[in-house]
Unconditional design. Structure first.
Length: 386
């Protein structure tokens, strides 16, 4: 029995349109710059390459196919045909952009099916591979899981260990989803609420507690399909949200005084991560160290900046200034900015992010106040009032 998989009609139209646009653009540029090409004949190489690229796209659309039979797996494209005999195939892995089929002989090259989502029946392709060969990711996951479940510290019997294993993965998944959601909300809805700041400050620490109490089941970072749960995104995203909130809602007057407390907090977090998770990792320690450092620095900055400003009880010094310009920035979210006149030595006019209501009530030429405060960590910061 032989099954053949080709590029879907929708993707053929899509890639065909790209090729057509490439040809049209190349011809247009050539006509517009006709005189330039006459003076410099070598430049004709660029439109030739553009048309050749479009031709390659079209030819590949016609030739590309994956054939799975009882004898072999064959991939055909513009660059030729590659075949692996079924009895020589060890298994396959499904990545985010490609499917890789591995031979038993490790000295032989693997067969790659790139851009597999553009195949007309990619689900059928996966099912066909699964019915004939081993899914190496699933196999490795099960092997690692069975090895983990031998750890008697996870429970007195197999049933208890498996329950703890599944519970850890479930909690980590929901924790990470909520953490990612917190960053999305921070980007879309800017708020200076101290309650939000406290939540973002505490949330990553809850993740550290989850890791500490997981008995090694939850790691800072784990590769795709690992038997260990990864909590990196769950703690990084709220830390990023905290840093964004601190940057948007307050203005640090002197960053030179910020870095020492940030470095101390980052070092403390890194040490905590080392003792609760990194020291127990026996393989691929370098990526774990890199991810730990990234999180420690981001959380160090966000937490220090947030605490320094949100919990500052010092008395503000007030400096009257004039609004000399303002504008609205439309990106992933809309932000409002005013430019204020000079109010401190060695600084000219400054751009400040404000709320939409403040922006509407502060036209160019109006007077506003700069409120300068000392900061919890002795890092001066300011905010604008009317």
């Amino acid at each position: 029995m032989e099954q053949e998989y080709t590029t879907s009609t929708g993707y053929k139209i899509f890639y065909g349109a790209i090729a057509a646009v490439l040809i049209a653009f190349t011809l247009f540029i050539s006509l517009v710059n006709n005189e330039v090409y006459r003076q410099t004949p070598g430049l004709i190489l660029f439109p030739v390459l553009g048309i050749a690229g479009a031709a390659l796209i079209i030819i590949n659309l016609v030739k590309r196919k994956i054939t799975i039979s009882d004898y072999s797996v064959t991939r055909t494209n513009i660059w030729g045909t590659k075949e692996l005999i079924n009895k020589d195939i060890k298994g396959f892995r499904i990545g985010s952009k490609a499917i890789f089929i591995y031979p038993i002989d490790e000295s032989s090259s693997k067969l790659s099916i790139n851009d597999y989502i553009s195949i007309g029946n990619d689900k059928g392709l996966k099912e066909s591979l699964s019915s004939k060969f081993k899914d190496l990711d699933k196999e490795e996951f099960e092997e690692a899981k069975q090895e983990i479940l031998k750890d008697e510290s996870l429970g007195v019997n197999q049933e208890d260990r498996e329950l703890r294993f599944n519970t850890s993965r479930k909690y980590t998944m929901w924790y990470s989803i909520a953490g990612i959601f917190s960053l999305t909300l921070s980007i879309l809805f800017h708020t200076d609420s101290p309650i939000v700041s406290v939540i973002l400050l505490i949330y990553p620490l809850i993740g550290l507690l989850l890791m500490a109490n997981s008995k090694g089941l939850i790691r800072l970072f784990a590769k795709k399909n690992s038997a260990y749960a990864s909590i990196f995104m769950g703690i990084l995203f709220p830390a990023l949200a905290l840093a964004i909130q601190s940057t948007i809602n307050t203005q640090i007057a002197n960053y030179d005084k910020l870095w020492w407390p940030v470095a101390i907090v980052a070092l403390l977090i890194f040490i905590i991560l080392y003792f609760i998770t990194l020291k127990n990792v026996s393989d691929k320690i370098l990526p774990q160290l890199i991810f730990a450092l990234i999180f420690a620095v981001v959380y160090g900055f966000g937490s220090v900046a947030g605490i320094n400003c949100d919990f500052d009880q010092s008395k503000a010094q007030v400096f009257p200034v004039t609004v000399i310009n303002h504008y609205i920035y439309h990106g992933k979210s809309t932000t409002y900015h005013i430019t204020i006149s000079e109010w401190r030595e060695n600084h000219s006019s400054e751009n400040v992010s404000v709320t939409s209501s403040f922006y509407d009530n502060a036209p160019v030429g109006s007077k506003v106040n700069v409120n300068l405060k000392q900061g919890v960590f002795n890092v001066p910061w300011y905010y604008i009032t009317q």
